[in-house]
Every structure is written in structure tokens, then in C-alpha cells.
Design a protein around this ligand. Structure first.
Ligand SMILES: Cc1ncc(COP(=O)(O)O)c(C=O)c1O
Length: 299
């Protein structure tokens, strides 16, 4: 996805301020150790989308690294409302990050009484490239070299960054990570397959991030009478899938039409976005449209 310039006003440690003037200490543990967690949620038609699932995941990440939530959901909602208002946002990406804060010196052991650094900013969301919808995207598989707690949405993303870089150098949109012969997820996406009309995604585990978009798409699929399953997906099954979908907050679902240089699917439909993706995508965008510009009264 093209890099887009961020919006002028951010929120840092309790105040809205120009992003260009925002400063964080070089001794911040987020910078020194990657000792931080984050969330990314979309805003559609001026309304933060799936606020509670994203905030629930942030609270879970914080719990797992032993940090108290620095803000209540009500306060987060005010911060997001403020970002939307200050930057006059319609469609945007909202980014929230909490680090364990700065200390006077470098010490691996977490401080007993951390003062978290809390940061939020927004970026306008570019419209979806229509070619990605008509032709789909290509992906490449790589070994999953990440740590054993990928269920925590940590800013320690070096392996993800390197995998995405390798994929892009190979002309692919996304890196699909595989370990022990099983599909895990993309470098920044949930990966789902379709077999015989059933959508399948790997189950939650420490090896992957519980996707908010995945869960929402599963709910839409259920409402549309499409069966869903959560189970391990061997690499052989990924290679034989009728359809492959990438799910992530800023785009919903994108169809994958090339896997490691080979067309996804079989027969005449091979290498084309599939019918299950099409139905899900229609349902997803109908929901965005229905919710856009409705009051954001969370919590
Ligand atoms: C590693 C990883 N997996 C999956 C996802 C998809 O999560 P969501 O649907 O909440 O965007 C992301 C999103 O950032 C991610 O970074």
C-alpha cells in the first residue's frame, strides 16, 4: 500500500499537538527495547470502526506485558473523536501506541512503576486500488521467524518488517508466514482460505494475532450462510485452496490470486478473485456504508 503522509494533529501524553512538534525521549523503552504495544483501527465516514474489538485487543496486549491500561475506553474514544475532529477526517487509519515509558538509563528489567508513553495519530486512508479488487494481489510464502508470542500486538516487528521487505522485493503484496508445515498469518494480515465453499482460518494461538477483521468477516459470513471453520491449515492445503483471502483492518478482505508465482484456484477461475471473497467483500462494504457518519457513541 502506498505510504500516505500523516495528519497534522496527533495526541501524545495527554494533549493534542502538531505531529511535527511531538517529541519522545530517546530513552523510551519503546525505542530502546520495542517494549510497547499498539493498535490500528480504521475510521470510515468519520466514525472509528470496530472500536471495541480493537480496544479489547489493546487491553489484552497490555495485560500480557504487565501494563495497566493507561486510559479508559471512554478516554480513548475521546482521543479518537478529537483526532477525527482536529484533522477533519472521513476515511482514515487510527494508530494507538503504549510503551513502558522512559527511564534514566537502560535496563532490561521492567521498572516497577512505569509511566507509559501514550501516542495516537491518524493518516488519511487512500481508496482501495480497484485493480486489487478486479485482479487480486500476489503473495509469497516464507518461514515464520518471529517470536513465540505473536498474539501480543507488540511494536517489536523486525521479523515482520524483514518478511514484508522480502515479499515486496519479490513483487508480492504480502509475505505469508509458514511454520512446521502450517499456515500462520501474513506479515500484517490474517490469511484465510476457501475450500468447497467453507472459509477456513487458523485457530487462535500464541503463533498469530487474533484478527479483528477476521472475526468481523466471520460474523458477516455467518449471517450470509457461509460456513466458517477455525483449524490448522497445512501448507499443502493452502496451495490447493479454491480461494485465499487477506483480512486486515484498513482494507477488510483482499483476494489473493497468485501464490508463489502460481495462480490460486483451479480451472477457468484460477488466478481470479473468487465468489466467496466477492460476497464477503460486498457484505463488508455494505456494513461500512451503513455505519459511516452514524454517531460514534462508544463506549
Ligand atoms: C501480524 C498481523 N496479523 C494479522 C493482522 C490483522 O489484524 P486486524 O484484522 O485486526 O487488522 C495484523 C494487522 O495489523 C497483523 O499485524
Amino acid at each position: 500500500m502506498a505510504v500516505t503522509a500523516p495528519c497534522a494533529t496527533c495526541w501524545l501524553d495527554g494533549a493534542f499537538r502538531p505531529l511535527a512538534d511531538a517529541r519522545i525521549s530517546p530513552l523510551d523503552r519503546g525505542f530502546l527495547f520495542g517494549d510497547a504495544v499498539y493498535e490500528v483501527l480504521p475510521c470510515h465516514g468519520g466514525r472509528p470502526f470496530l472500536f471495541h474489538p480493537h480496544l479489547a485487543r489493546l487491553e489484552r496486549s497490555l495485560r500480557e506485558i504487565g501494563l495497566e491500561p493507561p486510559l479508559t475506553r471512554q478516554r480513548w474514544a475521546e482521543v479518537l473523536r478529537g483526532l477525527v475532529a482536529h484533522n477533519q477526517l472521513q476515511d482514515a487509519t487510527l494508530y494507538l501506541q503504549v510503551s513502558r515509558g522512559a527511564e534514566w538509563g537502560r535496563n532490561h528489567a521492567p521498572p516497577a512503576q512505569p509511566v507509559p508513553t501514550v501516542f495516537a495519530y491518524a493518516t488519511p486512508l487512500p481508496p482501495i486500488d480497484p485493480q486489487q479488487l478486479t485482479e487480486g494481489v500476489s503473495v509469497s510464502t516464507y518461514p515464520d521467524e518471529r517470536w513465540a508470542r505473536c498474539d501480543i500486538k507488540s511494536t517489536s516487528l523486525l521479523s515482520n518488517v524483514l518478511a514484508k521487505g522480502r515479499a515486496q522485493a519479490a513483487g508480492s503484496f504480502e509475505a505469508i508466514l509458514v511454520a512446521d508445515g502450517l499456515l500462520r498469518e501474513g506479515s500484517s494480515t490474517t490469511v484465510m482460505i476457501v475450500r468447497d465453499g467453507v472459509i477456513v482460518a487458523p485457530p487462535d494461538s500464541p503463533h498469530l494475532l487474533p484478527g479483528t477483521t477476521r472475526d468481523f468477516l466471520f460474523a458477516l459470513a455467518g449471517a450470509a450462510g457461509i460456513r466458517v471453520e477455525r483449524r490448522d491449515i497445512p501448507l499443502t492445503e493452502l496451495l490447493a485452496a479454491d480461494e485465499i483471502l487477506l483480512a486486515f483492518a484498513t482494507r477488510g478482505a483482499l483476494p489473493v490470486t497468485q501464490l508463489d508465482g502460481r495462480p490460486v484456484g483451479s480451472d477457468l477461475a484460477a488466478g481470479r478473485p473468487g465468489p466467496v471473497w466477492q460476497r464477503l467483500n460486498n457484505a463488508f462494504h455494505a456494513r461500512i456504508k451503513a455505519w459511516a457518519n452514524t454517531p460514534f457513541d462508544a463506549p
